[in-house]
Structures are given as structure tokens and as C-alpha cells.
Design a protein around this ligand. Structure first.
Ligand SMILES: CC(C)(COP(=O)(O)OP(=O)(O)OC[C@H]1O[C@@H](n2cnc3c(N)ncnc32)[C@H](O)[C@@H]1OP(=O)(O)O)[C@@H](O)C(=O)NCCC(=O)NCCS
Length: 181
């Protein structure tokens, strides 16, 4: 399957996206565009196959308090809020699930995090994992975090999970969005 991951465009048709999770569908159809193009509070990447959107990942910047990080990282880092990339939403269309679309999107998220690290600083990726999705993120090495400021106000509350960028680099090399000039 030839999948291209790119930024959401203003004219992309989001109306028929069906992930099986109504909250995620609603977010994608109604809010992803305005968050990106009007409010500038989050950016959505879409996985496209044959001009059809098969999945999306929404990211934004955030921070994590050092006491919420896994103990092994706490010793190495200073005691003030640390910059992270937040993976706020991830979903794949029901018809395309289990075919690697999620992995394409995760790799893009890691590339964005590496770029953020180079340009502004970033210690890792935090995901707000919905109930039932925790094991999907564990596969990439994400571990549970204590509740952190700015977590989504949904019920049941999503569980924040963290993956350090050094672990990303170890597992995937340094994924890049594009080659440096
Ligand atoms: C979770 C989701 C994003 C995964 O995307 P995908 O394109 O289906 O996943 P991939 O093809 O990259 O990976 C498939 C693998 O992940 C596993 N997987 C998929 N969903 C999983 C879950 N919820 N928990 C654990 N493993 C999961 C599959 O069993 C498969 O394993 P295998 O490679 O050993 O066969 C997608 O199934 C989805 O949108 N689900 C509904 C919405 C959701 O739960 N979103 C996450 C919210 S935080």
C-alpha cells in the first residue's frame, strides 16, 4: 500500500473518516482544521492512500514536570518544566487498520519530535492514550506517566505515556522529515 504522510490541507475532505471511535472521528471532522488553521494550537498529519485519508495524527507542543518522568531520566535532567511533543490524537480508518498506517504516522510524529529537538529542544513524546490503546504505545516503548498538566479532560481519562527521544533515536535512528540543506 503506497502511503504518503503529509500535513492536513484546508480543503481535504474529512467527512467520511471512520475510525470506530466517535470522539476521534468528531475531533477530526470538526476540530482538527480549526485548531490548525484558525487557532494554531495543534497540527494534524494525514496518511493518504490513493487520495483518500486513511489516518491522522495530531500533535502539539507541551511540557512535562521532572517528577512525572521515569526515575532513570530524572537524575540526568534539570528540575524545571521540560519541553515535549504531545501526540494528542491518533486514529486510522476502520478499513485501513492493521496495515501499518499507524506506524507511518508514528514515524512521522518521531520525525517531528526530532526536528523540534534540533530547533527548540524536546526530551520526548507524550501521548494521551485512550483506554485500550495503551498496549499499542507500549510496543514503541512508551511508559506510563503520572498525570500531567494540560492532559485532555475526557472521561474515562486518557493515560499519559512517555517515550524519550533518546529511545526513539536508538530504535529508529534519526528519522528526518527532510534532509538538511
Ligand atoms: C490504534 C490504531 C491507531 C493503530 O493503527 P493501525 O494502522 O491499525 O496499526 P498498525 O497497522 O501500525 O499496527 C498494527 C499492530 O498494532 C496492534 N494494535 C492495533 N491496535 C492496538 C491496540 N489498541 N492495542 C494493542 N495493539 C494494537 C495490532 O494488533 C497489530 O499488531 P501486529 O503487527 O503484531 O499484527 C488504530 O487501530 C485505531 O485508530 N484504533 C481506533 C482509535 C484508537 O484507539 N486510537 C488511539 C487513541 S489514543
Amino acid at each position: 500500500m503506497a502511503i504518503e504522510v503529509r500535513l492536513l490541507g484546508e480543503t481535504d475532505d474529512r467527512s467520511s473518516f471512520q475510525s470506530g471511535d466517535e470522539q476521534l472521528n468528531l475531533f477530526f471532522r470538526r476540530y482538527a482544521g480549526q485548531n490548525q488553521f484558525r487557532h494554531h494550537i495543534g497540527t494534524t498529519y494525514v496518511a493518504v492512500e490513493s487520495e483518500t485519508i486513511r489516518g491522522f495524527a495530531t500533535v502539539t507542543v507541551g511540557h512535562v514536570e521532572i517528577e512525572n518522568l521515569p526515575p532513570s531520566l530524572r537524575k540526568k535532567l534539570p528540575d524545571y518544566p521540560l519541553p515535549i511533543l504531545r501526540l494528542a490524537r491518533l486514529a486510522v480508518d476502520r478499513n485501513a487498520q492493521g496495515k501499518g498506517v499507524g506506524e507511518h504516522l508514528m514515524r512521522t510524529v518521531f520525525s517531528v519530535a526530532i526536528e523540534l529537538r534540533e530547533k527548540l529542544g524536546c526530551v520526548g513524546v507524550v501521548v494521551d492514550a485512550k483506554r485500550g490503546a495503551e498496549n499499542y504505545y507500549s510496543r514503541y516503548g512508551f511508559v506510563k506517566l503520572e498525570v500531567i498538566e494540560g492532559a485532555l479532560e475526557e472521561r474515562p481519562a486518557p493515560k499519559p505515556m512517555f517515550l524519550s527521544l533518546s529511545a526513539v533515536v536508538q530504535a529508529f535512528g534519526i528519522p528526518r522529515l527532510r534532509k538538511p540543506n
